[in-house]
Structures are given as C-alpha cells and as structure tokens.
Design a binder for this molecule. Structure first.
Ligand code: GRG
Length: 292
C-alpha cells in the first residue's frame, strides 16, 4: 500500500477509536454534542498517528499507542476550541466548520474544551488501570500531563499572547513554539517510544520530534500566508492581522521555506533510526509538503 493509503488507514483507525470514546452515557446532550462537533470535524490526526508510528517503528504494536495517542488528540482539540475563543484568537472557522463558540455559544465552547481535557485524563487513567498500572503507561501519562500544562503548551500560549504586537527574536520565537506546538508533538512521539518499551532510544525520539515540531510550525506559518482557506479549513492571513511574529515575518517566505526544509532534513536524519519501515520518513516529508 502506498503512503497515502497507509495514512488514510491510520486516520480511519484513530477516527473509529475517537468515535467509540465519545459514546458518553449520562452527560447532558449539549456538552457531548459540542465535544463531538469539534473532535469529529476532521483534522489530520497527526499526534496519535505519530505515537503509533514511533511505537511501531521501534518494534511495538501500534495499537498499543492508540489509546494514549487519542487522549492527546482530545487535548489538541480542546486547545483549538479555546484558542479560537474571542478572548484568544477570535476565529470563526476551524476544520472547515464554524468554530465552537460560533456554532454553540461562548460558554458551551469553554465547557466543551474543559470537558475534552478532563475526559482525556479520565481516559488516560482508565488506560493505566486497564494495563495493570504498568510503569511505562504511568510514565507516558506523566509526559502528556507535563507537555499540555504550564511547562508546555499552555506556557507557550501565554508567551504567544504576551508577544502580540511586539517584536520578538528568532530565539524567542523558537522557544515559544517549542512549548506551544512542539511540546505536544514531542509528547506524542515519546509516548510511542515509551509504550514500545524503548527507553534507551528516547533521546533520539526527542531530537527527531523537536525538529519535526519546528518544521511543522514553520509550515503552519507559511500556510497562513500562502494557503487556501478551503483546503486548510481555517481562515488565512490571521497572523498578520493579529500582528504576531511568525517565521515568515521574521525571515520572509523563501527563507522560511528553506528553514522548514532544514528542520525536516534534521528530523529525517533521525527518523531512520526509529523506523525501518519508512512510514515515519514519509510522514515527515508529508508534513513538510502538506497543504492543510
Ligand atoms: C488555548 C490552552 C490553549 C492552547 C493553545 C496549540 C495551541 C495552544 C493553539 C492551537 C492554535 C495553533 C494555530 C497552533 C499552532 C500550530 C497548530 C498546533 C496547528 C493546528 O494543528 P494541526 O495542523 O490541526 O494538526 P488539525 O486540525 O489537522 O488537527
């Protein structure tokens, strides 16, 4: 099967698992509806797929990384809902649909994000219990919690908000994105390595994923300038409108493309140490050349 087929197969596995996860009985219909609305609106599912790919590449069973990978997808979706709120980026289109606060209302969007975050950790603990409190599952769970909190994604978001309308340096931009975007991408890959029980190679997984995270964010910035709303499922030109420092603003479009290529090249040098099936390499290239 070619890469596109393999990717689609993995996206289907993730989507089936997420659908099953959201069979929440007993909660008010409105909150479950709002959780499903954002979670099942599409999305590339790269975080759970990275967890599965690293796990598989290191000799584990990719299905073992699926439950924690999907918990990360819930955290990612909550961050998108909250990031789109009027108090943050105030966006009205996400994953090709009106954002949660537009479709429902602001209070429901806040609560849907909160509910996804809480449900993610409820599910993580269930996975730990189901695996007899195995230490690698506990370590992987700790990794996810740390990456999504003040030391990771939320910390990065705070720096992002504080930096709006200001000039920041390349080092500051890289630091902000290592937290805001990178921490969760790194945690996804590390979860794959930890679940595969390959502690000795986690340093390489970390290095691979931090390079991938930077490349991913640079491409995100480039797509905000050159991308197509229809394909991206979100409005373009938002960074400029909000006077954010981006890679494109700092070094220009052509240099940003070179930078994305360079970080991807560094990630690719490491991907073959993590996976001899070639899937991770193809996934890394796909993320550089994506249009959405
Ligand atoms: C509000 C708690 C809180 C955190 C916000 C991650 C984040 C921090 C905000 C998301 C907004 C954003 C544009 C982040 C930069 C890159 C990024 C994470 C893009 C979206 O990820 P994709 O491309 O989206 O994987 P899909 O829809 O494919 O899942």
């Amino acid at each position: 099967m070619n890469f596109t087929g393999q990717l689609k197969e993995k996206q289907d596995i993730v989507n089936d698992y997420l659908k099953e996860m959201l069979q929440i009985k007993g909660a008010p219909d409105r909150i479950v509806e709002a959780m499903k609305y954002s979670l099942m609106a599409g999305g590339k599912r790269i975080r759970p797929i990275l967890a599965m790919a690293v796990c598989n590449g290191l000799g584990g069973n990719e299905r073992d990384a699926l439950p924690l990978g999907c918990s990360i997808e819930l955290i990612h979706t909550y961050s998108l809902i909250h990031d789109d709120l009027p108090a943050m980026d105030n966006d009205d289109l996400r994953r090709g649909r009106p954002t949660s606060h537009v479709m429902f209302d602001e209070a429901t969007a806040i609560l849907a994000g909160d509910a996804l975050l809480n449900y993610s950790f409820e599910h993580i603990l269930k996975v730990v219990i189901d695996n007899n409190y195995a230490s690698n599952y506990i370590r992987a769970s700790h990794m996810i919690a740390k990456a999504s909190g003040a030391l990771g994604m939320i910390g990065g978001q705070v720096i992002d908000i504080q930096s709006e309308g200001k000039h920041i340096s390349m080092d500051e931009l890289l630091y902000m994105h290592s937290k805001k975007t990178g921490a969760i991408i790194e945690a996804s890959c590390l979860v794959g390595g930890i679940i595969a029980n390959k502690e000795d190679i986690l340093g390489t997984v970390m290095e691979y994923s931090s390079n991938l995270g930077v490349a991913f964010q640079i491409v995100d910035d480039i797509l905000d300038c050159t991308g197509d709303t229809e394909k991206l499922g979100k409005k373009v030109g938002r960074d400029e409108k909000k006077d954010k420092t981006t890679f494109v603003k700092l070094v220009g479009l052509e240099e940003s493309k070179k930078l994305a290529f360079e970080y991807t090249r560094k990630a690719l040098q490491l991907s073959n140490k993590l996976d001899n099936t070639g899937f991770l390499e193809q996934l890394t290239n796909y993320l550089l050349n994506r249009e959405s």
